[in-house]
Structure formats: structure tokens, C-alpha cells
Design a protein around this ligand. Structure first.
Ligand code: EPU
Length: 419
């Protein structure tokens, strides 16, 4: 267990280099299981979610060599064992082993995945898609046994453009007989990153990044080298920090196109930005304007930046609103922000309002999930005095070297291990 301690109210300047995307890496590592030879993936972020996936690969008997930001995986000799609950519950993305192992062995047995408590998080769309491909699902309490004599391509219409279901169904369909079409597919950059990885191995996937993805099944996937796309949620989090406290703070190694929804909201708030090919430089303005935010699937405003943004809205001059449409339980950070002096109110389960500007004061607060934790880091950086963030392990799941990155630009922030 860890806590983060911040002495706030300091301007930040210099450069923060963005790491590989968490939500891409956590799909690419299980996808590597499908390769019949060895794969190398670069720009892998050093976060605990990747450690947990590495643990699953080791458990299954894969060869794994992780050195710096490069991971080499050879799954050609893995054993198809039941993935125990202690490992699968550590993170949500363990569910990608469902699609990957089902595709490779026509059988997978594992427990329901874990992840941040931000809503109910069902996997019905994943399961419905596996069934459409010919799989049989047996579910007992928390345990899933998914088997198929063979997987046969078909058209799958997703009721909702789910990121996880889209990726899992690509994984399941990649070696199926014939052609699979996923309609109403999610379009996030990590979907494209996963499809490109599989295509580099010899898969035949087209349309990733649009709402209709076509997968022609192949029999064999060969060795390849691939790179994780920069993390637009990590980038967005640091852009929000720069909008609050930046003094010509440069966020580099980014793809600005992935951040259009955030850029347009920051522009609406009057944040001065200089956008380059692979970087954004930001100064915090004297006065921030309030805005209304509605989370949507990509390319809409990302739910994963809603909580960090809530902290910035405490500094805007007037009333801002947030409408969360993806997750049911993503406002717990507001209670912690209020302890620090924010004026946030829940209007309903999915709507909140924030009045500002508020002077934030350092307090002991609790991270209830990864992005709620990021919201509190931003609050701690803004606050006068000392902020202690308990449950900081959530934050380490998704932000590589967050302490080092923020210290380098002038923050006074440290991590402490507690019993
Ligand atoms: N949904 C269903 N049934 C399903 C799948 C999803 O009803 O079978 C619903 C969910 O309950 C939710 C919505 O669809 O209301 C969106 O779920 P989605 O499947 O798109 O999300 P996910 O794959 O579980 C990924 C990210 C999340 C991110 C969401 C939305 C990973 C490992 N997680 O989750 O990331 O919020 O997409 O963009 O990729 C985070 O990084 O903090 C995080 C929570």
C-alpha cells in the first residue's frame, strides 16, 4: 500500500514526456498470446497493470523478457490453464485473455475480471459476441468456462460501442473460419493499435478506427515488432495539470489528434496552448471560464479525463457541469475535492455541478479509483499546504513514473509505502 504526499501551490515548467498507452498495452500483451512465434512490443509503460498481465503470462508458461520499455513474448508453448481469481481480479484487462485463449485453444477458463469500481462493468457484450462466433458459455458464480468446437465468422452488432468487447471480439475472430464483421465497434486509438499489431503478425483486419471492423480469419500469426501508441489519457491528465499550474509546460510525445475533445474544452476555458506536431505547450491562464462536459465514446470527451477535469473546473470562474454517460459511479472524487474546499454538488447519479473558483487546502483524501486518484493529484498540486492521498496504488496502476515526471517539472511530491 502506498500514499502520495504533495506540497502544493507551485507553478510547473519544463517538459513531461508521455508514455505508452495503458489501455493499449493491457490489450497488446494478452493479444501477444495469439502469435505462433515471438513478438516484441516497445513503449510498454512501467505500470502495475502491465506487471499483473506479465504475471498471467508467466503463470501460463509463456517466455517473457521485459527490459525497460520493451517486452518480448513467446507464447508458442503456453499451457491453457484456469487463470486463478487472485490474478485475474487484479485488473479489468485480464478479460482479454478470454478472447485470446478462446481463439488459440477454443477453450478458456477464468474468473470474472477485476478493475476500478466505477460502475457495474458487465461483460455481456463480450459473451454475446463469443456465442455468435460459435462458443458455448458456462457461468457459475464468478467463473466462466467458454468452449467452442470451432469459431466461425459472422456479423456481430454491438448494442454499445464497448472498447473491451470490440477488442475481445477482434481477438476471438482473428483465427476464426471466414469473415467476422463487428458493427457499432468502438473507435478509440487503442483499437487501431491492437488491430495494427495483429495485422503486423499477418492478421487480416480492416476498418479499425471506424464503426465497422472486418476480420478475415487466418490460420497462423508470425513474429513481429510493434509499438504502443502514446497514452492520450495520461497526456490529457498532464494537459489539465498544465492548465491549472503550467508555466510554459510542454507535454511531449503525444498525438494531438487523439486529444481533440479535450483541446476544444480547454480552448473554451481560455487556456493558452501552442500545439505542435507531437507536443502541446500550455500556460495556466489568469482566469478560467466555466464549461459543460458530457462524456462520450471516442472521439467524444473521454470518461477517463472527466475526473481530472473536475479538479480544473474548481478553478473556473462560475458554474460548470459534468454529465457522465459511460460509467455509473464516477463522481466519488467530488466528495474528496469538497473536503479540500471545492464546491461540487451531485445533481443526479450521472450529473454534477462545480462552482468556482475555490481555494483548495491540503487534506488527507482517498483515491477511490485510478482517475479519481489523478483528480486528487491535481487538487494536491493546486492546494495550499500538504495533501496526503491514501490508496495511491490505484494511481500507480495507470501513470508511469508519475512522481518522477511531476518532480522534474517542479512539483513537491513523494510516494511512501505504508503497511
Ligand atoms: N458495457 C456493457 N456490457 C459489456 C461491456 C460494456 O454494458 O459487455 C458497458 C459498461 O458497463 C459501460 C460502457 O459499456 O457502461 C463502456 O464500457 P467499455 O466496455 O467501453 O469499457 P471497458 O472496456 O470496460 C475501457 C477502459 C476504461 C475506459 C472505458 C471507456 C480498459 C482496460 N479500460 O473499459 O478505462 O473508461 O474503456 O473508454 O481499456 C481507465 O483507464 O481508468 C478506465 C476505466
Amino acid at each position: 500500500m502506498h500514499k502520495i504526499i504533495i506540497e502544493g501551490n507551485r507553478k510547473l515548467s519544463g517538459e513531461i514526456k508521455i508514455s505508452g498507452s495503458k489501455n493499449s498495452a493491457v490489450a497488446l500483451v494478452p493479444a501477444a498470446v495469439l502469435c505462433d512465434e515471438k513478438v516484441s512490443i516497445a513503449n510498454i509503460p512501467n505500470i502495475s497493470d502491465v506487471d499483473s498481465l506479465e504475471q498471467i503470462l508467466n503463470y501460463l508458461g509463456a517466455y517473457v523478457d521485459r527490459n525497460g520499455d520493451i517486452i518480448k513474448i513467446d507464447s508458442s508453448k503456453i499451457e491453457n490453464k484456469v487463470i486463478p481469481e487472485e490474478i485475474s481480479k487484479k485488473l479489468r484487462a485480464s478479460y482479454y485473455f478470454m478472447g485470446a485463449l478462446l481463439s488459440k485453444f477454443k477453450k478458456v477458463e477464468m474468473y470474472f475480471p477485476g478493475g476500478c469500481s466505477i460502475g457495474e462493468r458487465p461483460i455481456n457484450l463480450h459473451l454475446k459476441g463469443f456465442e455468435a462466433l460459435g462458443a458455448k458459455i458456462e457461468e457459475k458464480e464468478n467463473f466462466f468456462r467458454i468452449t467452442a468446437d470451432k469459431l466461425v465468422g459472422t456479423k456481430i452488432n454491438l448494442d454499445f460501442a464497448s472498447v473491451g468487447a470490440t477488442i475481445n471480439l477482434i481477438l476471438a475472430a482473428v483465427k476464426a473460419e471466414g469473415t467476422t464483421i463487428i458493427a457499432n465497434a468502438a473507435k478509440e486509438p487503442h483499437i487501431v493499435n491492437v488491430a495494427t499489431f495483429l495485422n503486423n503478425m499477418g492478421a487480416k483486419i480492416s476498418g479499425a478506427g471506424t464503426s465497422e471492423i472486418k476480420i478475415e480469419g487466418v490460420k497462423y500469426l508470425h513474429s513481429c515488432f510493434h509499438e504502443v501508441v502514446p497514452d492520450y489519457i495520461e497526456a490529457g491528465t498532464y494537459m489539465i495539470i498544465a492548465s491549472a499550474l503550467g508555466n510554459n509546460l510542454k507535454i511531449s510525445n503525444i498525438i494531438p489528434d487523439h486529444l481533440e475533445a479535450l483541446i476544444s474544452k480547454l480552448e473554451e476555458m481560455d487556456v493558452p496552448m501552442q500545439i505542435g506536431v507531437d507536443y502541446i505547450k500550455i500556460d495556466s491562464p489568469v482566469c478560467l471560464k466555466p464549461v459543460n462536459i458530457k462524456t462520450q465514446v471516442y472521439p467524444g470527451f473521454p470518461t477517463d479525463l472527466q475526473q481530472p477535469m473536475a479538479t480544473l473546473l474548481t478553478q473556473a470562474d462560475g458554474v460548470s457541469t459534468i454529465h457522465e454517460t459511460i460509467w455509473e459511479n464516477r463522481f466519488l472524487n467530488l466528495f474528496e475535492l469538497n473536503k479540500m474546499g471545492a464546491k461540487a454538488s451531485l445533481l443526479s447519479n450521472s450529473k454534477a455541478s462545480i462552482s468556482g473558483p475555490s481555494e483548495l487546502i491540503g487534506k488527507t483524501v482517498m483515491a477511490t479509483d485510478l482517475r479519481a486518484g489523478a483528480s486528487l493529484v491535481i487538487a494536491g498540486l493546486l492546494a495550499k499546504g500538504t495533501t496526503i492521498i491514501e490508496n495511491a496504488d490505484y494511481i500507480l496502476r495507470g501513470y508511469e513514473n508519475i512522481i518522477e515526471k511531476l518532480s522534474k517539472v517542479g512539483a513537491k511530491i513523494s510516494l511512501e509505502e505504508i503497511e
